[in-house]
Design a protein around this ligand. Structure first.
Ligand code: GTP
Ligand code: MG
Length: 218
C-alpha cells in the first residue's frame, strides 16, 4: 500500500470522543518505550507524525491519524506503567481498555513487543484480554535492528512457542520490524490493506460471511 496522505486528527483520553465516522481503524499498543510511535512514523514515512522519546511515557493520549483518507491508525500510550494488583495480575488503564471495548470500527490491534526481550507477563496478559473479548490482533516485534538475522528467528520462534505452550491453540500473525532500518513496512501495510479490502467487500455485500475470528468486526 502506498501512503498518499497521513494527518493527525485528534487526541483524546475518552474513547467516546474519538472520531465518529466508521472508517476502519488499527491500533498500536504495547509497553512504554517499545517503539509504537516510531513504528507509526516509519509506516507512514513521516518523521514526526507521532511524537517519540527515549523517555518512557511519551504518548499519553489516544491519538488518531487518518491515512489516505480511508482508514485510521491509532497511537496509544504504553501500558508498562500500569499498577499491578495484589494477585500479580496486570491491570490496564481504564481509558485504554474502554477504547478497545467501545471502538466497533477497530479491525485489528497490533501488540508491539521488543524482539530482544523474553515474553513479559503484561504483554501476554494483554493478548489474552484481547482474545477474551474477541478482538483480533497481531504481534509486532520491534527494534529488530538490534539483533543479527539468526537471532531474530531464534527470538521470534521462542516467543511463539511460549504462546502456544500457554493458552493459545493457534499462533497469532506476527511481523518483524525496525523503525530505524525501515524493516517490515511492506508486510505490515499489506496486512492492513488486505483487512481493509475485506471490510469494504463486506460492506458492499453484507451476505459475505465472516470466516473466522480474524475477520473484521462489522
Ligand atoms: P511511549 O509513547 O512512551 O509509550 O513509547 P513508544 O512505544 O511510543 O516508543 P517510541 O516510539 O517513543 O520509542 C522509544 C525509544 O525507542 C526511542 O528512543 C526510539 O528512538 C527507540 N526506538 C523505537 N523504534 C526503534 C527501532 O526500531 N530500533 C531502535 N534501535 N530503536 C528504536
Ligand atoms: Mg509513543
Amino acid at each position: 500500500m502506498k501512503i498518499r496522505s497521513a494527518q493527525f486528527v485528534v487526541s483524546n483520553s475518552d474513547a467516546r470522543r474519538c472520531p465518529e465516522d466508521s472508517l476502519p481503524e488499527y491500533a498500536f499498543i504495547g509497553r512504554s518505550n517499545v517503539g509504537k510511535s516510531s513504528l507509526i512514523n516509519m509506516l507512514t514515512e513521516r518523521k514526526s507524525l507521532a511524537k517519540t522519546s527515549g523517555t518512557p511515557g511519551k504518548t499519553q493520549l489516544i491519538n488518531h491519524f487518518m491515512i489516505n483518507e480511508e482508514w485510521y491508525l491509532v497511537d496509544l500510550p504504553g501500558y508498562g506503567y500500569a499498577r499491578v494488583s495484589k494477585k500479580d495480575r496486570a491491570t490496564f488503564q481504564k481509558y485504554i481498555t474502554d477504547y478497545f471495548l467501545i471502538r466497533r470500527q477497530l479491525l485489528n490491534a497490533f501488540v508491539l513487543v521488543d524482539i530482544r526481550h523474553d515474553p513479559q507477563k503484561v504483554d501476554t496478559e494483554f493478548m489474552q484480554w484481547l482474545g477474551g473479548h474477541g478482538l483480533p490482533f497481531a504481534i509486532v516485534f520491534t527494534k529488530a535492528d538490534k539483533l543479527k538475522p539468526q537471532a531474530i528467528d531464534r527470538h521470534t520462534d521462542r516467543y511463539i512457542r511460549h504462546l502456544l505452550a500457554g493458552v493459545w491453540e493457534e499462533a497469532p500473525p506476527y511481523f518483524v520490524t525496525s523503525a530505524t532500518k525501515q524493516m517490515g513496512k511492506e508486510a505490515l501495510l499489506s496486512y492492513i490493506e488486505s483487512i481493509n479490502e475485506r471490510f469494504y467487500k463486506q460492506q458492499a455485500d453484507p451476505a459475505i460471511r465472516k470466516e473466522d475470528g480474524k475477520s473484521p468486526r462489522v
